[in-house]
Design a protein around this ligand. Structure first.
Ligand SMILES: Nc1ncnc2c1ncn2[C@@H]1O[C@H](COP(=O)(O)OP(=O)(O)OP(=O)(O)O)[C@@H](O)[C@H]1O
Ligand SMILES: [Mg+2]
Length: 389
């Protein structure tokens, strides 16, 4: 097992395109690190450089205490699991799992021991004599994992290994892989475009956009303290609502102007965000997570200056909560995620997660309570957070 370190790693493809820029990551020994970002942002390129399948254009890659920039893939002591498991269809599960060991000339008894151990862990014991065609998608995925496990590598590299599975199986395998990784304690670098997968599996999550690392932190810290507008919108589902806003200072606090709505922020709230007071009077970006919005009719304790008024457009009843979509007469802010929907120009579409006891209906003009202590603020030009930390 080993630490994997990327030190200002670059990738420029032969056509001149820079897919990864100055990427620095420290994957600790035994850690499960997930790299997440929109399609085409350089995730697979980064992983393939670690694997040795893609040349590194600049910077340094270390596995354990070795610099491996120029080390052959087979000598890097890593095992990969891909999206299409690339199993050999004519071989049994047993032979598929043992294939790399056989190539490496591992003694038969040792090979058998490792294959049986891996298949026990993966609960494939009863399927060892079957061919891949006779297995379910989840079982095939486990065979692919088995092939990686038996090699007892210093690190696992996984590139969207669950994307070929249906939604239900994906959730199940997500938990299985995370649990397995914890048991084995093998340093793991895992790539996905799915932020839920990233959040649920990673010890830490690294968010990347256009080849540039945006933030790396624990899932909860990423959620609570996004560094910038992109991370704020990318992490969390439904996404954080983002608006153009202005703060006007007043005695004891200030008013946050969002379109024609104005929200009172106490001095405490303003001072908890370094930099916010300096932005008074200037255009800023305000972000509100859906769970920090609630039907004001359910709240007896709420002051009028803690609410906004909006028109209900759509309601999704999920049983445990209502996703209420409404239109705010403010200006929405583009998150910079190429995969996200285009920003509307006729007001700001907003999502609130309401308590299912809410009785709002489509077409209503309602008051929405805002938890003003939890609003996120960003600089309009740099798009960096004025954070509570
Ligand atoms: N051989 C190549 N030559 C030039 N550009 C390439 C090459 N391979 C990939 N790219 C470009 O590099 C960028 C990053 O590609 P990469 O495959 O790393 O993205 P990704 O984050 O894995 O995307 P996805 O989520 O779709 O798998 C993309 O814009 C891609 O078009
Ligand atoms: Mg990819």
């Amino acid at each position: 097992m080993a630490q994997v370190v990327l030190d200002r790693v670059n990738k420029v493809y032969p056509n001149g395109f820079q897919a990864v820029s100055e990427l620095s990551l420290d994957i600790e020994d035994g850690e499960f690190l997930v790299l997440v970002g929109p399609s085409g942002c350089g995730k697979s390129t980064a992983l393939r450089m670690i694997a040795g399948l893609e040349e590194i254009s600049g910077g340094e890659l270390r596995i354990g205490d070795r610099v491996v920039n120029d080390v052959e893939p087979k000598d890097r002591d890593i095992a990969m699991v891909f999206q299409n498991y690339a199993l050999y269809p004519h071989m049994t599960v047993y032979d598929n799992i043992g294939f790399a060991l056989k190539l490496a000339g591992t003694p038969k008894a040792e090979m058998d021991k490792r294959i049986r151990e891996a298949s026990r862990i993966l609960e494939l014991d009863d399927n060892l004599q079957r061919k891949p065609g006779q297995l379910s998608g989840g079982q095939r995925q486990r065979v692919a994992m088995g092939r990686a496990i038996v090699r007892q590598p210093s690190a696992f590299l996984m590139d969207e290994p669950l994307s070929n599975l249906d939604a239900k199986l994906r959730v199940q395998m997500r938990a299985e892989i995370a649990g397995l990784q914890r048991d084995l304690g093998v340093t793991t670098f895992y790539v996905t475009h799915d932020q839920v997968e990233a959040m649920t599996m990673g010890d830490r999550v690294a968010v990347i956009k256009d080849g540039v690392l945006q933030q790396v932190d624990t899932p909860q810290n990423l959620y609570d303290h996004p560094n910038n507008v992109f991370v704020a919108a990318f992490i969390g589902s439904p996404s954080m609502n983002l608006y153009e806003a202005t703060l006007e200072l007043a005695d004891g606090g200030g008013y946050l102007l969002l379109g024609s709505s104005s929200l009172w922020l106490s001095d405490g709230v303003i001072d908890a965000r370094p930099g916010l007071r300096d932005h008074a009077g200037a255009r800023i970006v305000a972000g509100i997570r859906p769970e920090d919005l609630e039907d004001a009719a359910l709240r007896t304790d709420i002051a009028d200056d803690q609410t906004i008024t909006a028109d209900v457009r759509l309601i999704e009843a999920l049983g445990s909560e209502l996703m209420v979509h409404f239109q705010l007469d403010a200006t929405a802010v583009d998150s910079g995620d190429p995969d996200a929907e285009a920003v509307a120009t006729d007001g700001a579409p907003t999502v609130g997660r309401f308590d299912p006891r809410s009785r709002v209906t489509i077409g209503d003009t309602i008051k929405v309570a805002v938890d003003t202590t939890r609003i996120h603020f960003f600089d309009t030009d740099s798009r960096l957070a004025m954070d509570t930390r």
